[in-house]
Design a protein around this ligand. Sequence first.
Ligand code: FAD
Length: 356
Amino acid sequence: MPNHDLLLVGAGHSHLGVLRRWARGQRPPGRLALLTDSAHAWYAGRLPGLLAGRYQEADSRIELAPLCRAAGVELLLGEVTGLDANERRLTLADGRTLQASWLSLNVGAAPATPEQRSGGMQVLAIKPFAAFLATWGEWQRDPQPLAIVGGGAAGVEVALALAEQVPELSLFCAGSLLEGGSPGLRLRALGHLRQRGVIGREHCPVSHVDGQTLYSDAGSVWEGPRLLLTSGSQPLPWLIHSGMACADDGFIQVGSTLQSHSHPRIFASGDCASLADAPRNAWQATRQATRLAANLVAVLQERPLLRYRPSRQRVLLLATGDGGALLDWNGWSAGGRLCGWWRDLRDRQFIMRHQG
Ligand SMILES: Cc1cc2nc3c(=O)[nH]c(=O)nc-3n(C[C@H](O)[C@H](O)[C@H](O)COP(=O)(O)OP(=O)(O)OC[C@H]3O[C@@H](n4cnc5c(N)ncnc54)[C@H](O)[C@@H]3O)c2cc1C
């Protein structure tokens, strides 16, 4: 017997948007709950500013209890460690199990981890944020040379935020820096990294770690004590073993209604889903919220579902750690304090919109 009619799993960008819409009065009838591993949702956009000392922790996260209360959704705290997709049954780290008639997954992704052949190097992943911040706080008491693996938006923003806090910083990218962005954005970002003394290494995929050395297929590329992973993304292990159809990249294959191809009673959105023509980023996850909210109401009320159409056009604003930002829009780039003001306004509005 299912515990809930609908269980939202993970407080990612799409589910925050769903809760916000339901708090405004669009909540469907039924037993609805949000299950997530923390009492607040960290907002990745604020992390670089938090690391650079420009924001406090309280400015960088959304408290879930007031939002859930306003939406009429029960808040359940627990870490999911297993999912049986056929039964729609979740297993939690503390041994509890939960079952629902409908599931919606918005649990994000984990950074890709290079193989570690022997100990010696301290390795830290940017997610989950709470664990990252706790360890980073300890590392800051004894600053050491640092390598960051991952030259996407997260890697660049974090490198610029940390450049002045460590004695030496290198940033490794498998391909070009900020792949998918405009050439102008890449050049501006490279300029900022150079200015802050960050050594940028493009087309240098890190394959493994041995002792205190990082290796690519061509040989050793860096020696040092600490490694931070912000690279690409990989699916959470329990999703891989859930029995759901996954795309070649390992993420849950969904169709335009955001339902799993193999298990239509399970929805997936944001970074954990693989949808044709939809790149994985915060902009896409946030946009999916409108359709997801409508479709979750539709299935509970047995009405027809709407299709989500991915948009390739997005405004990318990358924080440069000094109060400025880089803008990338439609192949066009700019940078400076005005962009930083816009970025800050956008982040502040996102957080305020989701405060119940
Ligand atoms: C530093 C940084 C900067 C970034 N900058 C940008 C940017 O400028 N532009 C951009 O588009 N993207 C950016 N990104 C990427 C962006 O943050 C992600 O694409 C976005 O957060 C994806 O959101 P999501 O909705 O899929 O899930 P997430 O926001 O990752 O949320 C996942 C949720 O699931 C919960 N969860 C996870 N595992 C479990 C579990 N086992 N059990 C229960 N709950 C669980 C988490 O606590 C969280 O609430 C950045 C990322 C980082 C790290």
